[in-house]
Write a protein that binds this ligand. Structure first.
Ligand code: NAD
Length: 297
């Protein structure tokens, strides 16, 4: 049993922390929202009233926060983790944030003598609940070896991507593929509708052909072919369009900073910007199908 502090108990962090409890770990959570800890407590975990209380005695601290500014604040702020951290504890940030912040916070942690990993995930809320997430991990090999048994409890694939920041680099590259492929699959279904091709037939063929991809086979953006996809529940998230836009922005900032050419990633960011600006930010990102289908009308 490991004593783990878990900061950020939202859509992802909540079920991830609960899976740690199920595997016998001693988990103390903290979230700004008091409601967020309810599931953890129901599952046998504990919650604390502050970061300092949550991390007291912890061997490992895991964070799952919205974006880079919250990660910076929670680690380096006056009442943050590094100000109260027990010596020797391992820090793991699972949030999706920009590479530069991941590297700078890890550097501050290292200056204070702590090992820190960036370990963003893929797999969504379903993966968090089912403990089938993919972890992409940046940091030292020693820290990775220490973290791996704990990450294994919350996921099915855990990959050491390289030094600090490499997990975030992998995540934004992966999600740029996802944003582009979701738009491509949605355009194909909208075209099929126009051509009088049955949606199920397109799915039966493309899911077994060269058009096969996760956006088609696991997260199909039209209702019917994949019963578990958000399209079957009015595009309730899931993974919100706002989160997808955040990741596409991170990918384009990283592309600009590194001098990379990513025209499709840039166009996907524009398409999701328009979708979010039209009041759809809280919908699942696969809801982009509806606006693509509509713009063809
Ligand atoms: P969420 O908004 O549901 O949860 C974030 C939680 O952090 C909230 O409960 C919020 O109250 C808490 N929080 C914010 N600031 C805090 C602070 N200073 N101290 C303590 N708690 C604080 O978001 P989520 O969907 O769980 O996503 C978390 C991260 O995971 C994001 O970086 C997101 O990009 C990434 N992610 C999400 C998904 C998904 O499908 N939702 C998939 C992969 C990765």
């Amino acid at each position: 049993m490991t004593h783990i502090a878990f900061i950020g108990l939202g859509n992802m962090g909540g079920p991830m922390a609960s899976n740690l409890v199920k595997h016998g770990h001693h988990v103390v959570g903290f979230d700004l929202s008091t409601d967020a800890g309810a599931r953890l407590v129901a599952g046998g975990g504990k919650t604390a009233g502050s970061i300092a209380d949550a991390i007291d005695g912890a061997e490992i601290v895991i964070t799952m926060l919205p974006a880079g500014n919250q990660v910076e604040e929670v680690y380096t702020g006056a009442s943050g983790i590094l100000a109260h951290m027990p010596a020797g504890a391992l820090l793991i940030d699972c949030s999706t944030i920009d590479v530069a912040t991941a590297r700078s916070v890890a550097a501050v942690a290292a200056e204070k003598g702590f090992s820190m990993l960036d370990a963003p995930v893929s797999g969504g809320v379903t993966g968090a609940e089912a403990a089938t997430l993919t972890f992409m991990v940046g940091g030292t090999a020693e820290a990775f070896a220490k973290a791996e048994p704990v990450l294994d409890v919350m996921g099915k694939t855990v990959v050491h991507a390289g030094d600090a920041g490499s997990g975030q680099a992998a995540k934004i590259c992966n999600n740029m593929i996802l944003g582009v492929s979701m738009i491509a699959v949605s355009e194909a279904f909208a075209l099929a509708d126009r051509l009088g091709l049955d949606r199920q037939k397109l799915f039966d063929i493309s899911s077994q052909s060269s058009g096969q991809c996760w956006s088609m086979t696991t997260y199909c953006p039209v209702p019917g072919p994949v019963p578990t996809s958000p399209a079957n529940r009015h595009y309730l998230p899931g993974f919100t369009a706002a989160m997808m836009l955040k990741d596409l922005r991170l990918s384009q900032e990283a592309a600009k900073a590194s001098g990379s050419s990513t025209p499709l990633g840039g166009h996907a960011m524009e398409i999701y910007t328009r979708f979010c600006d039209a009041g759809n930010a809280g919908l699942d990102f696969s809801g982009i199908f509806r606006s693509i289908r509509k713009s063809a009308d």
